[in-house]
Design a protein around this ligand. Sequence first.
Ligand SMILES: Cc1cc2nc3c(=O)[nH]c(=O)nc-3n(C[C@H](O)[C@H](O)[C@H](O)COP(=O)(O)OP(=O)(O)OC[C@H]3O[C@@H](n4cnc5c(N)ncnc54)[C@H](O)[C@@H]3O)c2cc1C
Length: 221
Amino acid sequence: MAHRVRITGVEDVTHDVRRFSFERPAGFVFEPGQATDVAIDRDGWRDEKRPFTFTGLKDWDHLEFTIKIYPDHGGVTNQLGGLKKGDALLIEDPWGTIRYKGRGTFIAGGAGVTPFIAILRDLEDRGEIAGHRLIFSNRTERDIILRETWEAMQGLDRLFLVTDEPASRLAGGRIDADFLKRNIRDFGQHFYVCGPDGMVADVNAALKELGASPDALVFER
Ligand SMILES: Cc1cc2nc3c(=O)[nH]c(=O)nc-3n(C[C@H](O)[C@H](O)[C@H](O)COP(=O)(O)OP(=O)(O)OC[C@H]3O[C@@H](n4cnc5c(N)ncnc54)[C@H](O)[C@@H]3O)c2cc1C
């Protein structure tokens, strides 16, 4: 069922990522990690649906998306980049397979961190963040979404990587089998993986090769 919701706030998160706060329809319920199909309520755009993840907490009075804008696509995110408070979105009911299943490591690439924003915020809110780990890969440091938020989460173990910024003091390189072998001691935990399709496939394959149970891998199918 489509819901028409008004945008109540737009803020910059990074140079190309925006936070959209918007009205929560009465009775609208989602689980952290879930996404929905979104369209812009404007002539010519109502049938152009794209999936975005709810990044707020379940009990907030409003809903939130954290969206990377791609001006060069000429698509929905380019249009979203021009929206302001008072404009409206059309959102469907929530869907998605990424859910919290138990203690583990969250492995994200770029805007793939969005389902983990909701899950890790929820764990922190419940006082259960300790013992979890976030491995977050980006092109450069300025692409890291909510770096200060992750750094402020007491008890969250963090590892930031950059692939395209040799001068950075953060770790470089890709998340492959060799990286995972060097950086993960226990392959018996849950692994949550989200990012570009190729990255998700490669990381899942490497995790399985290193002993992770296919049942313990959580990703969008
Ligand atoms: C379950 C799910 C949840 C998601 N949640 C979020 C989220 O919370 N936040 C977020 O930022 N993103 C999220 N995404 C990704 C988001 O849906 C896409 O970024 C969005 O659909 C892009 O829309 P668009 O209209 O701007 O681009 P589209 O026109 O739909 O482009 C789609 C794809 O085509 C390719 N493409 C198109 N044009 C170009 C071009 N000029 N150059 C290079 N490649 C191009 C790219 O691969 C691109 O991703 C999610 C995706 C899924 C599947």
